[in-house]
Ligand binder design. Structure first.
Ligand SMILES: [Zn+2]
Ligand SMILES: [Zn+2]
Length: 264
């Protein structure tokens, strides 16, 4: 169980880690600099460090954090200056099994291209930057309330073998270390190799992931508060299907965090 009494200890451990990282950074970056050119990998015209994910400050500014107003349930950003609660079109006809979803940044074409390069074109050097964006936005919010577990959305074993890693798991690991909320990858598995969601309608996405996940054991999660993490969230159908499994295992509360929030 994660409780607020642990926060000072977690903060102290985190500060120690950060000091260590700061101390070894020149060595690490020097070593990496021999392997990779220290140029921004997005614009190819400015210097950028490994710890910045090889993205220069100008390119980093193209990544936009999610800012209000957004739907209080699914986190969908809404254009304009809305102060009243509004009826979100995404939430209107969809049964969501999580309490709320939030995202660090808007899935604009620039960020989606970075995520695509990271997932499909072996651009592992982007990982520190992408994980940093997530920590910057998610950690302060998660540390304000109590959460017991972070559960990355699992890939189907065949897809994971093809890709070599699960991006949700990799990006959630630094967030778990930073916040002290344990990462748990052993609760559920993906049993259906679902089609890619990109070309599907909202209804198609929900049907595509229905019954796609199942618990790995009879372990009960009674009373636990879980954070489901996925790299990109569109309608919330996938994370909702994961939340449903966790709730059926007894989870008291489930919220969702993602790195990027796309329009549907
Ligand atoms: Zn650049
Ligand atoms: Zn909504």
């Amino acid at each position: 169980m994660f409780s607020t009494q642990f926060i000072p200890a977690v903060a102290a451990a985190r500060d120690t880690c950060l000091r260590f990282f700061e101390a070894v950074r020149p060595t690490v970056e020097g070593a990496l600099g021999l392997l990779y050119p220290a140029w921004c990998q997005a614009c190819d015209s400015r210097h950028a460090l490994p710890s910045e994910g090889y993205l220069c400050s100008d390119c980093q500014r193209k990544v936009r954090f999610v800012a209000p107003p957004f739907c209080r349930r699914c986190g969908l950003p809404f254009p304009g200056a809305i102060t009243d609660s509004f009826d979100c079109e995404n939430c209107r006809d969809i049964l969501l099994h999580f309490e709320f979803a939030r995202a660090a940044s808007v899935a604009n074409p620039f960020l989606l291209d970075l995520i695509h390069r990271y997932k499909y074109r072996d651009a592992q050097w982007l990982e520190p930057y992408l994980a940093g964006v997530l920590i910057q936005r998610a950690a302060p919010v998660l540390l304000r309330t109590e959460w017991d577990l972070i559960v990355p959305v699992p890939l189907h074993p065949i897809r994971q073998r093809e890709r070599g890693f699960n991006q949700a798991e990799r990006l959630a690991e630094p967030l778990a270390r930073f916040t002290g909320i344990p990462l748990n990858t052993g609760l559920l598995r993906r049993i259906r190799r679902t089609d890619t969601q990109t070309a599907l309608s909202r209804e198609g996405r929900a049907a595509n992931v229905r019954n796609a996940f199942e618990p790995l054991s009879d372990r009960r999660l009674d009373g636990l508060a879980c954070v489901v993490f996925d790299d990109v969230l569109t309608t919330g159908a996938t994370t909702s299907a994961v939340a449903k499994v966790l709730k059926n295992s007894g989870a008291a509360r489930v919220c969702v965090w993602s790195l990027a929030r796309a329009a549907y």
